[in-house]
Design a binder for this molecule. Structure first.
Ligand code: NAI
Length: 283
């Protein structure tokens, strides 16, 4: 199946990145968010990133204009009616995602594929909200989307081979590397990454070391390009908490219990870089 028109739902850090990469790769993109300000911020962010790429001579002015010309803001999910692929990137919350899939399923044309950028939630369960579970799939991009090469492609129990192959090909067209994974909590990436981040938060919570020192140990000692607490701030502490809860519930194993300090930060609205404060402060 040929994909030409893509809708991205959620214009936060991931949705905006996915929309940018799709537009840069030649797809027509509708970017939707239920919050008008978030939608505008998403579009502004894309413009800024493209402008920086022009300054750094990684992109020509014409390429920037062409990319922006392929990007259209959308104020209603009904716009899904014109799309071949809908990629959902709203908050990591099952109730919110279920409602989005249920509604999009009623607007999208029969042939359209519905993908979720979820970090951890079951694709099979999301697919069950629709009348086309064979055309629902996980397309898990990494943050920041324009930079990171990996896309985990998650097959739900009912995802068809045709859907998988179409999405695998599209991922390659985006100049990304697809890796196929099965539908288990946290898939591969977050099943391994999040318990490490959670453990790093426990070491701060228990007073073993400061956030800066925890990050220093992992950078200099383990050769990680970024410490786990800096990474947690970049991902968003609310997203980290949601993912730990999914792992905890999905496996029923106490080793995945979210650190109380993580819960406290999220309750305080300290969500990391996007809110200006997490384990570090951002201006
Ligand atoms: P974010 O908080 O930056 O953005 C979420 C956006 O969704 C917000 O702009 C919000 O207004 C919008 N939204 C919420 N409910 C909506 C609805 N019903 N309809 C339309 N828009 C709605 O979150 P972020 O970080 O972009 O995460 C989005 C998804 O991507 C989550 O599922 C997350 O787990 C996943 N993800 C996040 C990564 C990260 O590093 N932050 C990495 C890979 C995946």
């Amino acid at each position: 199946m040929a994909i030409n028109n893509v809708m991205v739902i959620g214009a936060g850090q991931m949705g905006a990145g996915i929309a940018q990469v799709c537009a840069q790769s030649g797809f027509n993109v509708l970017l939707h968010d239920r919050d008008k300000n978030a939608l505008q911020a998403g579009i502004n962010g894309i413009e800024k990133l493209l402008a920086r790429n022009v300054e750094k001579k990684r992109l020509t002015k014409e390429e920037k204009a062409t990319t922006l010309g392929r990007l259209t803001p959308s104020h209603t999910l009904e716009d899904a009616a014109t799309c071949d692929l809908i990629i959902e990137a709203v908050v990591e919350n099952m109730d919110v995602k279920s409602a989005v899939f249920k509604e999009v399923d009623t607007h999208a044309p029969k042939h359209a594929i519905l993908a979720s950028n979820t970090s951890s939630l079951p694709i099979t369960e999301i697919a069950a909200e629709t009348k086309r579970p064979d055309q629902v799939i996980g397309m898990h991009f990494m943050n920041p989307v324009p930079v990171m090469k990996l896309v985990e492609i998650i097959r739900g129990l009912q995802t068809s081979d045709e859907t998988y192959e179409t999405i695998q090909m599209m991922t390659v067209q985006l100049s990304k590397t697809p890796v196929e994974v099965k539908d288990f909590p946290g898939f591969v990436s977050n099943r391994i990454l999040m318990p490490m981040i959670n453990e790093a938060i426990y070491t701060v919570y228990e007073g073993v070391a400061t956030p800066k020192d925890v990050d220093q140990v992992m950078k200099l000692g383990m050769n990680h390009p970024m410490g786990p607490l800096t990474l947690a701030d970049f991902i968003g502490l609310d997203t980290c908490l949601y993912i730990m809860e999914v792992l905890h519930e999905g496996f029923g194993d106490s080793k995945y219990r979210p650190c109380p300090l993580l819960r406290q930060y999220v309750k305080a609205g300290w969500l990391g870089k996007k809110s200006g404060k997490g384990f570090y402060e951002y201006s």
